[in-house]
Design a protein around this ligand. Structure first.
Ligand SMILES: [Fe+2]
Ligand SMILES: [Fe+2]
Length: 197
């Protein structure tokens, strides 16, 4: 492949390994920083932050489908807690990045259309259900709270896709949206690097 550097897999740090893995998936570069690193010009347009977050939403919808299929069949509170914990951890990473990179720069717009407070309340509601799913003692209650968190998350994601993402496309320049996507990738790489350190 053009721009490929010789080397082997030994002695590389976790972020370097991650970058290398991304370069070789289906033979394509799938992270924005990979384009610069390889000094290769592609005809495709670099990814925008809205597209990256939308792709994450799609992964979450698969996880929510799984939860809705599985939770009614779980036999113990511990199993429900474990799934709730997983959903909570994944949502936390997603929401934190989304809030910092996209919602905060649009705060004044959201305020104007009266949605700023609603978004905060919805985050709170989802968090509360997930916390309760991990603390209540009854299996029925734990199931109820986990499934309620899933329903609230789906509605919240839908609202972000209908309101926040189009607002970002409207108010932020294309270049800003792609730069934010590079920042999003850096955040992810750093988080993974720290986890593996
Ligand atoms: Fe959100
Ligand atoms: Fe989101």
């Amino acid at each position: 492949m053009p721009g490929d550097k010789p080397g082997n897999s030994h002695g590389r740090t976790a972020p370097e390994r991650l970058l290398e893995n991304r370069k070789t998936v289906s033979g394509k570069v799938i992270a924005p920083e990979g384009f610069e690193d390889r000094n290769v010009i592609f005809d495709t347009v670099p990814m925008k932050i809205t597209e990256a977050l939308l792709a994450e939403h799609a992964v979450f919808h698969n996880l929510f489908d799984y939860a809705e299929r599985t939770v009614p069949r779980l036999k113990t509170v511990a199993e429900v807690r474990s799934l709730a914990h997983l959903v909570e951890a994944l949502l936390l990473a997603h929401s934190h990045t989304e809030e910092q990179l996209l919602v905060e720069p649009l705060e004044h717009c959201l305020e104007q259309i009266g949605h700023r407070q609603t978004f905060h309340q919805e985050h709170q509601e989802i968090d509360d259900h997930l916390k309760r799913a991990q603390t209540v003692r009854s299996l029925k209650q734990a199931r109820h709270h986990l499934l309620a968190a899933v329903v609230s998350s789906r509605k919240h994601f839908d609202k972000e896709e209908r309101i926040v993402f189009p607002l970002a496309e409207q108010h932020l320049k294309s270049r800003t949206l792609t730069e934010l996507c590079s920042t999003w990738t850096e955040h992810r790489n750093r988080a993974i690097g720290q986890d593996e350190a």
